[in-house]
Write a protein that binds this ligand. Structure first.
Ligand SMILES: O=c1ccn([C@H]2C[C@H](O)[C@@H](COP(=O)(O)OP(=O)(O)OP(=O)(O)O)O2)c(=O)[nH]1
Ligand SMILES: [Mg+2]
Length: 150
């Protein structure tokens, strides 16, 4: 079931507005707004500008995710796993990129380097308790990290 949401977007990049590549794409690709090609050296962290600024309603976040093709072929990953764009962020969206392979990667100006997925989130109203007994007991208990086997 498709949900839609209005998102204001300011495009200060040298490229067209981000566009979903197919009707069913969950992610919309973001381009590297760089003037010249950039050599992404192995194991170094880069902050890549996109020239894109957005505003979305409270209750919606944007997740920045890697592109699988670049990951598989060239080892390009996001250092922060999934980037979180808060709905109150008014700055430029940046991509925090790392090259996990041993060979350099040549990033071209305007190359689609990551994708952005919009998502609803839930804000917690924390209710502090004083001891672990106040958390409902469960079948799992404190088992985790593979305790149920492979
Ligand atoms: O990949 C990312 C991750 C974050 N941001 C921007 C939007 C986000 O709303 C803001 C803060 O991100 P986050 O909360 O992940 O970083 P922080 O280290 O906790 O910084 P802050 O103290 O500003 O929240 O930085 C990006 O442009 N790209
Ligand atoms: Mg933060």
């Amino acid at each position: 079931m498709m949900k839609n949401c209005n998102v204001k977007i300011l495009n200060k990049s040298d490229y067209p507005l981000p566009e979903y590549q197919t009707q069913g794409s969950a992610g919309v690709d973001l381009r590297a707004n760089i003037e010249e090609k950039l050599i992404i050296m192995p194991k170094k962290v880069y902050q890549i500008p996109t020239g894109i600024f957005i505003e979305m309603p409270l209750g919606i976040e944007a997740q920045i995710r890697a592109r699988s093709g670049l990951a598989l072929k060239h080892g390009l990953a996001l250092v922060n796993g999934i980037g979180t764009i808060d709905p109150d962020y008014r700055g430029e969206i940046k991509i925090i990129l790392i090259n996990l392979l041993d060979r350099p990667y040549q990033l071209e100006p305007g190359e689609r380097i990551a994708q952005m997925v919009f998502s609803e989130y839930i804000k917690a109203d924390f209710m502090a308790v004083a001891s672990i007994e106040e958390l409902e007991s469960s079948e799992r208990g404190d088992g985790g990290f593979g305790h149920s086997g492979k």
